[in-house]
Design a protein. Structure first.
Length: 360
């Protein structure tokens, strides 16, 4: 058991589940979040109710913690840099900094051996039009920062859609090739100075830009799966990242294309709580507490489904299904497309899941 105190910047469901894993290993947790009813308050030993822009509050978190981490990307990196100079931000800021800007993220992927789809920096209407001429229709415009769950993204199918992009041109953007990929997979890794441990690949299905379900095993060709794992592990080592990292890939035939990365626990890894020897949260908790990162294996076939604000009625139905594990996030306001919880179904495949949903 371990008695270290971990300070977590961000108090959402990812922070809550990470805090639970840390406490199981004997650690203590201090959360910081502007929402006084943040999910992490149900688990943390202490809580600082403050804005992420409150440098004095961040300093207080640093003073009270043995190690600091973050559970989402949109923390100002200059503030974290101040913390890193004084306190133990064990994972470091580099993976966070690289992931905060889509252009920087893709250039970094290329530099360290991964292949994204073709992309262009967009800072003006001229940049946009030049990019469209090269990529053709359809193509995808994204803001370079602060985009998640489909926010800040516009599919450009014709000249008429350019008008939809113009309001965004007062900020930096990126234009991407629109790839008709076969499917998407995620890999989650945790690395320390000695080793890198990865969870099994998961296959992801999105709905309206938000992850709907993830299932494992991902049913990827064995040779392709091996290449994805090796490339991902090599990328993390080459970029000199420590801690946790999730990478999403588009699969097209026998090729895989880097989509995006997240240096934190990831929605697509929730299944690991019940389906693996050690979950993504367990692995990351070991890293943060200076404990050896254990190997992990898939012990159950599983499907994880997000429960959004508009689908809360599903909870009572899932409760009646054998081997269903429901995790609610203690959020007080249910809004459409807001993640309120998730359910993991063990020992079912995708066809089984479709039958279950059909009956519901």
């Amino acid at each position: 058991m371990n008695s270290k105190t971990v300070g977590i910047i961000g108090g959402g469901q990812l922070g809550m589940m990470l805090a639970d894993a840390i406490k199981k290993l004997g650690g203590r947790v201090i959360g910081l979040d502007p929402n006084k009813d943040a999910p992490i308050t149900y688990v943390a030993d202490e809580f600082i109710n403050a804005s992420f822009d409150d440098l004095a509050a961040l300093e207080e978190l640093g003073k009270r913690s043995d190690v600091i981490t973050y559970e989402f990307e949109n923390v100002k990196s200059e503030y974290l840099k101040t913390l890193e100079e004084k306190y133990n931000v064990k994972q470091g800021l580099k993976p966070l900094f690289d992931s905060q800007d889509r252009l920087r993220e893709k250039e970094n992927a290329l530099m360290h051996g991964l292949l994204p789809v073709r992309f262009f920096n967009v800072e003006s209407i001229d940049d946009l039009e030049k990019g469209i001429k090269i990529l053709g229709y359809p193509c995808l415009y994204k803001t370079r920062t602060l985009g998640y769950d489909g926010h800040g993204q516009i599919l450009i199918k014709s000249e008429l859609d350019i008008e939809k992009v113009k309001p965004y041109l007062n900020q930096a953007g990126i234009l991407e090739e629109y790839l008709k990929f076969d499917y998407e997979v995620s890999i989650i890794m945790v690395r320390d100075e000695d080793r890198t441990v990865n969870l099994p690949l998961s296959r992801n299905i999105h709905k309206d830009g938000i992850l709907d379900i993830t299932y494992v095993p991902a049913l990827v060709d064995k040779q392709l799966e091996k290449k994805i794992i090796e490339s991902s592990v090599n990328f993390m080592k080459s970029a000199n990242y420590l801690g946790i990292l999730c990478i999403e890939y588009f699969i097209k035939g026998d090729k895989f294309f880097f989509n995006e990365m997240a240096p934190r626990p990831h929605n697509s890894g929730h299944y690991s709580i019940e389906a693996c020897d050690y979950s993504q949260y367990d692995l990351f908790a070991h890293f943060l507490l200076d404990m050896k990162i254990p190997s992990t294996n898939l012990v159950h076939q599983a499907i994880m489904k997000n429960i959004l604000g508009e689908s809360l009625d599903l909870v009572s139905k899932f409760e009646k299904i054998p081997k269903s594990y429901i995790h609610m996030y203690h959020k007080t306001e249910a809004r459409p497309k807001r993640k309120m919880g998730h359910v993991t179904l063990l020992d079912v495949d995708y066809k089984d899941y479709l039958e279950i949903m059909k009956k519901m």
